[in-house]
Design a binder for this molecule. Structure first.
Ligand SMILES: C[S@@+](CC[C@H](N)C(=O)[O-])C[C@H]1O[C@@H](n2cnc3c(N)ncnc32)[C@H](O)[C@@H]1O
Length: 417
């Protein structure tokens, strides 16, 4: 059967080979994916976990047309071009983490996905030795889902963003922060997975709290980007002292009130962003492009910058929201809103998590991470008032460190941040 071979990136001497196997007369499904060569950059350890990659591929099989080049040359060429542009980013990645590799391979698979779904999608057609299904993987990171505090982007996203040096203020982050930033991602997956309470239920309400008022959730058939029509009863989007827009309580709010239930404007993966964006309606594209974009960075397109600065983790990828993405960040002591994504209903819901929030106060979620991590990841200096802000000297040190001039003998303790 056919196989497709493609480089993982320009700089890394590794190739992914995707084996296809026949699936009735319509086409083929991915049979296996193997990676040859080294995915190591510099001295990074950890070879590609090809078993995991294979599992990812066959977990989500797609039908590819047989002799695809003959059948759909234009489509093939389009997908390969998109893949090639992704590879531009891949070159900057540190591939030592399994998540990175899995994301990349998933992107390649998706870029190669052509043709309609068919009965070949059924699991019994798939090789199943050692296969971890999406559900199983989700469950494996579930555990206690009580915490809903999160938001940093995926490992790949972080790496891209850091490497770009073109965020709000041109930050680059040292690779060893990456591990730390990944853990909230798992929290998100957990809070979003099976067993998540209904999005409008919110966290458990203390018994002596006043009656909860809940923004009316959209019905499951609502279009992407639908927010509860009555969210303005609870908050308004207006100018923030932090710069740009933010959400402000329209009246006194109390713990347990669900103030927003919203379906994504765009739900995608890192590597499907551009095609998925292009498939949006014109109105949705307009809404997407109106989101905060950091206002600089020639290395990334505006669409990508917006994704970096406004994404929430959701199972299997990321989601961008028209309203939810307007909420600014506050560190733990100042945060007053928590959120959870309900994968069944595909809605995010925001709930007040402080005893009382007076009318007019800004509403904050947590993006996760310390001020150093926020700066390194998203490029902004946190001014939430609930943390010790970074000084100019801190920023200088971070930039020096990022550019590789960090002095090993210098004792610069960031653990307290
Ligand atoms: C997801 S957007 C939030 C909405 C945004 N302010 C807007 O105008 O649409 C994230 C951006 O808001 C700003 N921001 C959010 N929280 C902040 C904070 N605590 N301190 C300073 N800037 C913040 C940063 O520019 C950050 O990149």
């Amino acid at each position: 059967m056919d196989s497709l071979t493609m480089p993982l990136s320009k700089d890394i001497q590794a190739t992914a080979t995707i084996d296809l196997k026949p699936c009735n007369d319509k086409g083929a499904v991915i049979d296996d994916i193997s990676v040859s060569g080294s995915t190591e950059q510099n001295d990074n350890e950890a070879p590609t976990p090809s078993a995991i990659i294979t599992a990812e591929a066959i977990d989500n099989p797609k039908v590819l047309p047989q002799t695809a080049n003959e059948h759909q040359p234009e489509t093939i060429s389009k997908h390969v071009t998109e893949t090639a542009s992704l590879a531009e980013h891949v070159t900057r990645l540190d591939l030592k983490d399994e998540d990175d590799v899995r994301d990349i391979l998933n992107g390649i698979i998706q870029a190669l996905t052509i043709g309609e779904e068919s009965e070949c999608e059924k699991a019994d057609l798939l090789p199943n030795s050692g296969v971890v299904s999406r559900e199983a993987r989700r469950a494996s990171v579930s555990g206690d889902s009580s915490s809903t505090e999160q938001m940093p982007l995926a490992a790949t996203e972080l790496a891209m963003f850091r490497a770009s040096s073109e965020a709000d203020s041109g930050a680059i982050c040292h690779a060893d922060e990456k591990k730390h930033m990944e853990s909230p991602m798992q929290t998100v997956a957990a809070s979003s997975g099976t067993g998540t309470p209904p999005a409008d239920a919110g966290p458990k309400q203390p018994e002596d709290q006043p009656e909860k008022h809940t923004a009316v959730p959209p019905s499951p058939t609502d279009n992407a980007g639908t927010a509860a029509a009555n969210f303005e009863e609870f908050f308004k989007i207006q100018r923030s002292d932090l710069g740009g827009l933010g959400a402000f309580a329209a009246r006194d709010l109390v713990r347990g009130q669900t103030i927003l239930v919203e379906s994504p404007l765009l739900r995608t993966t890192h590597f499907r962003l551009l095609p998925d964006y292009h498939n949006l309606s014109e109105a949705a594209k307009k809404a997407y492009l109106s989101l905060h974009d950091g206002e600089n960075g020639d290395q990334f397109s505006k669409v990508e910058r917006i994704k970096v600065l406004n994404s929430f983790f959701v199972p299997g990828g990321i989601a961008i929201f028209e309203i939810a993405s307007r909420f600014n960040h506050a560190c733990p002591s100042a945060r007053n809103v928590e959120y959870v994504f309900d994968d069944e209903r595909e809605v995010i819901s925001f709930t007040i998590c402080q005893d009382a929030v007076p009318a007019g106060a800004e509403l904050f979620i947590s993006y996760g991470g310390s001020p150093v991590e926020l700066y390194s990841t998203y490029g902004f200096r946190c001014a939430c008032g609930g943390c010790t802000p970074l000084t100019d000297e801190d920023i200088k040190r971070l930039k020096n460190r990022a550019f590789g001039t960090w002095d090993c003998d210098e004792k610069y303790d960031v653990s307290g941040w």
